[in-house]
Design a protein around this ligand. Structure first.
Ligand SMILES: Nc1nc2c(ncn2[C@@H]2O[C@H](COP(=O)(O)OP(=O)(O)OP(=O)(O)O)[C@@H](O)[C@H]2O)c(=O)[nH]1
Ligand SMILES: [Mg+2]
Length: 379
């Protein structure tokens, strides 16, 4: 049997045929369940690493079993533009509006940073639109298209991260939750996967790249959940295999890749981390949304309020700490406090004047004014 996994005994917590987001109500209160979840996933990386194939295997094809699945002859073609597809799905009464944003892979162009500029612009545009809608009148029905998670695909045939991988991740790590993915894991042996994973994590540390930190689970969670969290953390970067074809293995139809020596099964946790990646996304969907709102969006908003001036970026959540106020926000808050004080003073003075006219003072701590003069305040 072809084995390429990194951890044995990982149990898919969901039933076959379900994506698993029906468990989301456990993560949030009822109001958002009624409204439904909005989630956007972005896939980025070098060209030909299997991004389009993976997102198709991950959600889109699975969600519509009755939908036409392309045969080998109509395979996924090279992605040439940023392509967002949205599906609205309902599982056991829970609604999810899922947008998958597929991007053209980085090519071999000399000025490679050019190829990721449109992706960064896309992320910023979604923040911009949200900020605009949030400051508008109809704030109840804002559609959240902000990018909540970015799968970054790493080439399995390089000996770790390339300079382009590092510069892309550093350019966006304060804008989006990065989840690194080791592409085409079927091209590596089990030992090679482990070594490459270690190397990539070392480089992520060394270059100060902030990837999405999978949250720790509470001590009162059950042991199975704790074990699942541990295995998910250990699997980063997730070594994945994608395929748009299905084969029959032991009488069961499975999505996979056929080799002369056997079939690599996409959804077999012993073969790759595909199921772990999907479980991670579902289990931490709520957290990914919160980090997007509290850190990445706040960074964007702070920078906007500072008039484009670069402000100190927050890259992680520390407890319940509120985002740092920028100089401009601070100045605004001080002005507001000043204004409030002046209004109070004015009201007090008017009350005193009225009391003097009627000859009785309503203010117990009334102080006689010098020369009976009231200075006008410039509010
Ligand atoms: N061995 C192997 N091949 C894969 C895997 N996933 C996809 N492929 C193949 O790799 C080729 C490129 O796949 P795509 O999904 O188009 O790659 P992409 O990253 O979307 O490429 P661009 O759109 O150019 O960025 C296709 O021939 C796929 O069949 C995988 O996990 N393992
Ligand atoms: Mg593609």
């Amino acid at each position: 049997m072809f084995q390429n996994g990194t951890d044995e005994g990982f149990v898919n917590p969901e039933q076959i045929g379900y994506v698993g987001f029906a468990n989301l109500p456990n993560q949030v209160h009822r109001k958002s369940v009624k409204k439904g979840f909005e989630f956007t996933l972005l896939v980025v990386g070098e060209s030909g690493l299997g991004k389009s194939t993976l997102v198709n295997s991950l959600f889109l094809a699975d969600l519509y079993p009755e939908r036409h699945i392309p045969s080998a002859s109509e395979k996924i073609t090279q992605t040439v533009k940023i392509d967002a597809s949205t599906v609205e799905i309902e599982e056991r009464g829970v609604k999810l509006r899922l947008t998958v944003v597929d991007t053209p892979g980085f090519g071999d162009s000399l000025n490679s940073e050019d190829c990721f500029t449109p992706i960064i612009e896309y992320i910023d545009e979604q923040f911009e639109r949200y900020l605009h809608d949030e400051s508008g009148l109809n704030r109840r029905h804002i559609i959240d298209n902000r990018v909540h998670c970015c799968f970054y695909f790493i080439n399995p045939s390089s000996h770790g991260l390339k300079p382009l991988d590092i510069s892309f991740m550093k350019a966006v790590h304060h804008k989006v939750n990065i989840v690194p993915v080791l592409a085409k894991a079927d091209t590596l042996t089990k030992k090679e996967v482990l070594n490459l994973k270690r190397k990539i994590m070392d480089q992520i540390d060394e270059y100060g790249i902030n990837i999405y930190p999978l949250p720790d689970c509470d001590s009162d969670e059950d042991d199975d959940y704790k074990e699942q969290c541990r295995q998910l953390k250990e699997a980063v970067p997730f070594a994945v295999v994608g395929s748009s074809e299905s084969f029959e293995v032991n009488g069961k139809k499975v999505r996979g890749r056929r080799y002369p020596w056997g079939v690599v099964e996409v959804e077999n946790p012993d073969h790759c981390d595909f199921i772990k990646l999907r479980t991670m996304l579902i289990t931490h969907m709520q957290d990914l949304q919160e980090v997007t709102q509290e850190i990445h969006y706040e960074n964007f908003r702070a920078e906007k309020l500072a008039g484009g001036k670069v402000v100190k970026q927050r890259t992680s959540r520390s407890g319940v700490q509120q985002p740092e106020a920028t100089d401009r926000e601070q100045a605004l808050m001080e002005k507001e406090a000043e204004l409030r004080q002046m209004k109070e003073m004015l009201a007090k003075m008017q009350a005193e004047m009225a009391a003097q006219k009627t000859g009785n003072s309503p203010v117990s701590n009334h102080q006689p004014r010098q020369n009976g003069e009231v200075k006008s305040q410039n509010v």
